[in-house]
Design a protein around this ligand. Structure first.
Ligand code: S3P
Length: 211
């Protein structure tokens, strides 16, 4: 059998290299409701052997009530204050994979903390996919409007200019979850360790700024 040259292998997996490069920084998933932040985040955390944290669940635990109840009894500004505090606390306990609520990044202090203490991934989804996914559940207070499609379109228009500054962008679409996770791992490895990312899955790193 002819001998073929094999690339030198360090024997270290991309996952191990990523967690070594992260140090105490976390991976933060940002993007619209229904983009799959929790679903992908949980799988990505398992793959990297990091704890998975869901900011919404942590806010509910801290408040002792559900997000719809927080919006109803205390109002959105109070929810946003709690959200910023909870995310700050979770980022101090890194490394972990953290899924954030869709509006979290709209706070400048949260954006700055994520830039300093994490690598951010925007899970980008188009309006059709978002609508299809959020329709399955009625637990998003912001979408209890007469025209949820118009609300989603408005939120996308307001938020995408902010999301696009995430360190990495991965298209969330209707493919098996493991494919999206694979693309996240490839993009993280390329950004943090100089590996090769799947070209179709990633865009130019943004300015929230991982180093
Ligand atoms: C919100 C998104 C929700 C939750 C709250 C507000 C938003 O989280 O934090 O209902 O402002 O987009 P998900 O993005 O996990 O649905």
């Amino acid at each position: 059998m002819p001998e073929t040259a094999q690339p030198a292998s360090t024997g270290v997996s991309p996952e191990t290299e990523i967690t070594a490069a992260l140090g105490t920084r976390s991976i933060v998933l940002v993007g619209m409701m229904g983009a799959g932040k929790s679903t992908i985040g949980r799988r990505l955390a398992a793959r990297l052997r990091l704890p998975f944290l869901d900011a919404d669940a942590e806010i509910e635990a801290a408040a002792g009530m559900s997000i719809p109840d927080i919006f109803e009894t205390r109002g959105e500004p109070d929810f946003r204050d709690g959200e910023a505090r909870v995310i700050a606390r979770l980022l101090d306990g890194g490394p972990a994979v953290l899924a954030t609520g869709g509006g979290a990044l709209m706070r400048e202090e949260t954006r700055n903390r994520i830039r300093d203490k994490a690598v951010s991934i925007w899970l980008k989804a188009d309006a059709d996919i978002i609508m299809r996914r959020v329709k399955r559940r009625a637990d998003r207070p912001l979408l209890q409007t007469v025209d949820p499609e118009a609300t989603v379109a408005r939120l996308i228009a307001e938020r995408e200019p902010v999301y696009r500054h995430a360190d990495l962008t991965i298209w969330s679409r209707d493919v098996p979850h493991e494919k999206i996770v694979e693309e996240c791992v490839g993009a993280l490895h390329a950004l943090l360790c100089g590996g090769v990312a799947t070209p179709t899955a990633t865009e130019v790193p943004g300015e929230l700024g991982a180093s």
